[in-house]
Design a binder for this molecule. Structure first.
Ligand code: PHE
Length: 353
């Protein structure tokens, strides 16, 4: 066998070994076996020097061909094996995202905010704008400018949370402070009328505070929604029609509205508004305590004295105001027997809305 034949058979054998190598390690072993320092092709190439000058060019050319062919085969096989190894690793590390996984509990808007939004929506439809005022108020806005006489019982300590003003100039003795947590949203009426000229059509939702112990029908902090309209020729009929529209939108067109004379210092005349009981339709049942009616809000025509405090001419303008408790409205709408449920944050309760 000539040396050329030997080279060709080495080539076939080496290419077969390359083809048979199943891993990168095995392929590297093949490379070392043929092309390494002690490799069989290396040995042949080393032996070239011993050949005769006639043989040398031909053998040199063929052996170079074999080396190039082998290196090419090694390279392409290496690439193939590397890709296969990568694909295998990707497959092994893959995360099955089709599994259902753990669901995060999804929250929702609190039922009270839903109710406030619904009420706002009804009055927005009538052209009212939203107004806001501070929860920490001055006695002037909460009481004085709302025509409360100095000795009015609502100013009594039991009802109002007074705030000590540590900055100095206000009285620090509890009960003598003129800074307080607003007991109703009516002070927003005063802020609005101080800063806007009629026509005024506003709705003011917000938190209010009273020194009450929480029980099924009382909360020390609750939510009121105040309405105020000031314009020329506003009558008690406008107030009644507005409230009927609201009750029908909120509770259904079959519900009836009743106004009972009442007293508020800042409205004259004043009324409390009842809605017919959803359960008995007015006959009287346990839900309405045998009354047939459920109280939902207080209202009245803006007292001219209030207009005088804010500098609106009571000869030219008239207006009405109303105030309702959002917890009470929500309680009536959904038949919630205890207002404390609205503030306890029990998700078993909240998820029903
Ligand atoms: N502010 C009154 C209350 O909290 C409700 C009210 C508002 C009455 C506006 C008349 C007009 O009881």
């Amino acid at each position: 066998m000539t040396i050329i034949d030997e080279l060709r058979s080495l080539e076939r054998e080496a290419l077969a070994a390359v083809a048979a190598a199943g891993t990168l390690d095995a392929l590297e072993a093949v490379r070392i076996g043929y092309l390494g320092k002690k490799g069989s092709l290396t040995a042949v190439l080393r032996g070239l020097g011993a050949l005769s000058p006639e043989e040398r060019p031909e053998v040199g050319r063929v052996s170079n061909e074999v080396r190039v062919a082998l290196e090419g085969a090694l390279d392409s096989k290496r690439t193939t094996l590397q890709h296969a190894a990568r694909a295998e690793r990707i497959a092994a590390e893959a995360v099955d995202v089709t599994l259902p996984g753990r669901r995060r509990p999804v929250g929702r808007q609190h039922v009270l905010h839903q109710i406030v939004d619904e009420i706002v929506e009804v009055f927005a439809g009538l052209g009212y704008r939203i107004a806001e005022g501070p929860e920490v108020e001055l006695d002037y806005y909460n009481f004085t400018a709302l025509n409360h006489p100095p000795d009015h019982p609502a100013r009594a300590l039991q009802d109002t949370f007074y705030v000590r003003d540590l900055s100095g100039d206000r009285a620090a003795v509890e009960g003598e402070s003129d800074v307080l947590l607003r007991t109703h949203t009516s002070p927003v009426q005063v802020h609005v009328m101080e800063s806007q000229k009629p026509p005024i059509y506003v709705l003011a939702p917000g938190k209010v505070y009273r020194r009450d112990v929480a029980d099924p029908s009382h909360l020390p902090q609750f939510t009121q929604i105040e309405g105020l309209v000031v314009d020329e020729d506003i009558t008690f009929g406008d107030l009644k029609g507005t409230l009927e529209h609201f009750v029908h939108a909120m509770f259904g067109p079959e519900r009836r509205v009743r106004l009972r004379p009442h007293f508020f210092p800042f409205t004259e005349p004043s009324a409390e508004v009842d809605v017919s009981c959803a359960i008995c339709g007015g006959q009287g049942c346990r839900t309405c305590g045998g009354e047939g009616w459920l109280e939902i809000l207080g209202c009245g025509m803006v007292d001219p004295n209030v207009f005088r405090y804010v500098g609106i001419d009571p000869e030219r303008y008239t207006g009405f105001a109303f105030g309702m408790g959002a917890e009470r409205i929500a309680g009536l709408k959904y038949g919630v027997p205890d207002l404390r449920l609205f503030v306890e944050g029990d998700t078993r309760f909240l998820h029903q809305f």
